[in-house]
Design a protein around this ligand. Structure first.
Ligand code: NAD
Ligand code: WQD
Length: 333
């Protein structure tokens, strides 16, 4: 009996694989390597000393996915696989809809065919659009501002419709806030393709001398220092939330939705300062115009996850900055 991790060689999937293996779960990973390297599988094995099967396959390849279900007794799925770059999704919407939505439909149809009825889905705080107030609770209105976000919202709806029509299914939807940091071993972490879009990887590239300076997108927001505020969460804390979600999934029917964040908001300048302090480095930055589509403030009310899953984040901003840099300086050439 195994837990299948789609996209399990990616940033969040690989950290979750480590936590699952360390908790004696049997896992299988499927990944098409579109945004990761196969070597990540070896790193996961090195960290945990445990073995597992990896299928290099695309969720759009129905035959390959069915074969994987035929060859293994898969009891639950944690579905990370998807394209995730907001800007790219505006330029290539069809690619995003096909990969994320058709890929999910093929996965769900295959699960149904093989009697696997339990799924955890990686959703995102992006489904809250521009929230009117913070902290954000799970029952806030949903909307999106880009095709990537829309794929997340549609998939949430598909899952809820599926579970409604089939009460023997169960589904946990996790809405991640801003995952950052890396495993403390420094062996796995976030490895962006090309120039990073997200703040923490960008700062790491500046620290590594791969980029000259950070552009701080706007200092005229209605926040404590004028820069954007987000809920950054250590990727290991986020991974542990998946263990709790799996436990819940095994003892429930229906759909449950949880925000996975720390409940703390930090500004861009807070992150720069924390990174400098944690790593004893200087980060050159310049104030630049606002980035289109950005919101001023976004942070979670994570009470529901604490009450119902027994999960809460424990790692600090300092841990996030230290572990991110530890990975970058060890692994990113
Ligand atoms: P990632 O790109 O590192 O990992 C996703 C993995 O899925 C990659 O290894 C990629 O090769 C694989 N993949 C993509 N399409 C596939 C397909 N059709 N078939 C098989 N494999 C495929 O991204 P991540 O940061 O680990 O994110 C994991 C999930 O969490 C994604 O669904 C993402 O949308 C969601 N999420 C991420 C963030 C974030 O900031 N990182 C925030 C909220 C939600
Ligand atoms: C954080 C803050 C920027 C880069 C994105 C997705 C979201 C989710 C997480 C997947 C903002 C500022 C950034 C830079 C900057 N992903 N910034 N200079 O936009 O909150 O969320 O990743 O689901 O859907 O939209 O994260 O890290 O890009 O930005 O000043 O070079 O840092 O303006 O205030 P964001 P981010």
């Amino acid at each position: 009996m195994s837990v299948l991790l789609t996209g399990g060689l990616g940033y969040i999937g690989s950290h979750t694989a480590v936590e699952l293996l360390e908790n004696n779960e049997d896992i299988i990973i499927v990944d098409n390597l579109s945004n990761c390297k196969i070597e990540v599988a070896d790193r996961i094995k090195e960290i945990t000393g445990k073995d597992f099967k990896v299928y290099v396959a695309d969720l759009l390849d129905r035959e390959a996915i069915e074969k994987m279900f035929e060859e293994n007794e898969i009891t639950e799925v944690i579905h990370f696989a998807g394209l995730k770059a907001v800007g790219e999704s505006c330029k290539k919407p069809l690619e995003y809809y096909t990969n994320n939505i058709t890929g999910t439909l093929i996965l769900l149809e295959t699960m149904q065919k093989f009697g696997c009825k339990k799924i955890v889905f990686s959703s995102s705080a992006t489904v809250y659009g521009s929230p009117k107030t913070v902290p954000i609770k799970e029952d806030f209105p949903l909307s999106t501002t880009n095709p990537y976000g829309t794929t997340k919202l549609f998939i949430e709806q598909i899952l809820q419709d599926l579970v409604k029509a089939n009460p023997d299914w169960s589904c946990v939807i996790l809405r991640y806030f801003n995952p950052v940091g890396a495993h403390e071993s420094g062996k796995i972490g976030e490895d962006p393709n090309g120039i990073p879009n997200n703040l923490m990887p960008y700062i790491n590239y500046v620290a590594a001398g791969k980029l000259d300076h950070l552009n701080v997108f706007g200092n005229d927001y209605d926040t404590k220092d004028g820069t954007g505020v987000r809920d950054y969460i250590h990727v290991v804390d986020l991974s542990i939330a998946h263990l709790k979600a799996l436990e819940k999934l095994r003892n429930m029917q229906g759909t449950d939705i949880y925000n996975i964040g720390t409940g703390e908001g930090y500004s861009v300048l807070d992150i720069v300062n924390a990174f400098e302090k944690a790593n004893n480095l200087k980060i050159k930055y310049k104030i630049a115009p606002r980035r289109s589509g950005d919101i001023a403030i976004c942070y979670a009310d994570a009470t529901k996850a604490k009450t119902e899953l027994g999960w809460e984040a424990t790692r600090t901003l300092e841990d996030m900055c230290r572990d991110a840099w530890n990975y970058t300086k060890n692994c990113i050439k």
